[in-house]
Design a protein around this ligand. Structure first.
Ligand code: GAR
Length: 211
């Protein structure tokens, strides 16, 4: 399966996907990495792996529809079958989201539907919740919403700061995202009634991650 990864920054999730795709038996390849920022470090990661990159700079377009039309042309020209948002920090309009419906996924640093939006770790610490984590979901028009594919749970420890927590959640993100891409590429997901069903081996033993 040909995938595109959309980034805005450092790209550790992109790196996790690059590493996974390097394995012979991985059923997906990254056809293109797109960033809305030319300074995104993730672009260097893609170049180091010989993956084509493209910058679609949102500031160069008059409005969001024009930016998204450009994004769409680039994705279509590369014949991409799945778009993975990986720290892509632009909201996408319903037109774009609907065009890519069920072929557009996102990773978010919280256990959705809790803590949509920004500053997820600060807010989790402020609330004193004992667990947080990350979620991979199909994208819908509403921010950080859409059928949940997989989640990993991370314990909040005494003395955690937003940074220490972010580091542990990120480790789980990097582990989870490639697993989800594999499931999609192997066509083992079905969306029914707004929920995702996974064809897989018997339920995992761990209660810490849903994959
Ligand atoms: C990740 O923590 C990702 O979940 C988050 O941005 C970070 C990107 O890190 N995404 C969002 O908050 C989107 N709502 P990375 O560039 O190292 O992959």
């Amino acid at each position: 399966m040909k995938i595109a990864v959309l980034i805005s920054g450092r790209g550790t999730n992109l790196q996790a996907l690059i590493d996974a795709c390097a394995a012979k038996d991985f059923p997906a390849e990254i056809a293109l990495v797109i960033s809305n920022k030319s300074s995104a470090y993730g672009l260097e990661r893609a170049k180091a792996a010989d993956i084509p990159t493209q910058v679609v700079d949102h500031t160069a377009y008059s409005d969001r529809p024009a930016f998204e039309a450009a994004l769409n042309s680039v994705l279509e020209a590369a014949r991409v079958e799945l778009v993975c948002l990986a720290g892509f920090m632009r909201l996408l309009n319903p037109d774009f989201v609907n065009r890519w419906k069920d072929r557009l996924i996102n990773i978010h640093p919280s256990l959705l539907p809790s803590y949509k939006g920004l500053h997820t770790h600060e807010r989790a610490l402020e609330d004193g919740v004992r667990f947080t984590g990350c979620t991979v979901h199909f994208v819908r028009a509403e921010m950080d919403q859409g059928p949940i594919i997989a989640q990993s749970v991370v314990s909040i420890l005494p003395g955690d700061t937003p940074d220490t927590l972010a580091d542990r959640v990120l480790e789980e993100e990097n582990r989870l995202y490639p697993k989800v891409v594999r499931l999609i590429a192997e066509k083992r997901l079905r969306i029914s009634g707004g929920r995702v069903q996974i064809d897989r081996d018997p339920a995992p033993n761990s209660c810490v991650s849903s994959l």
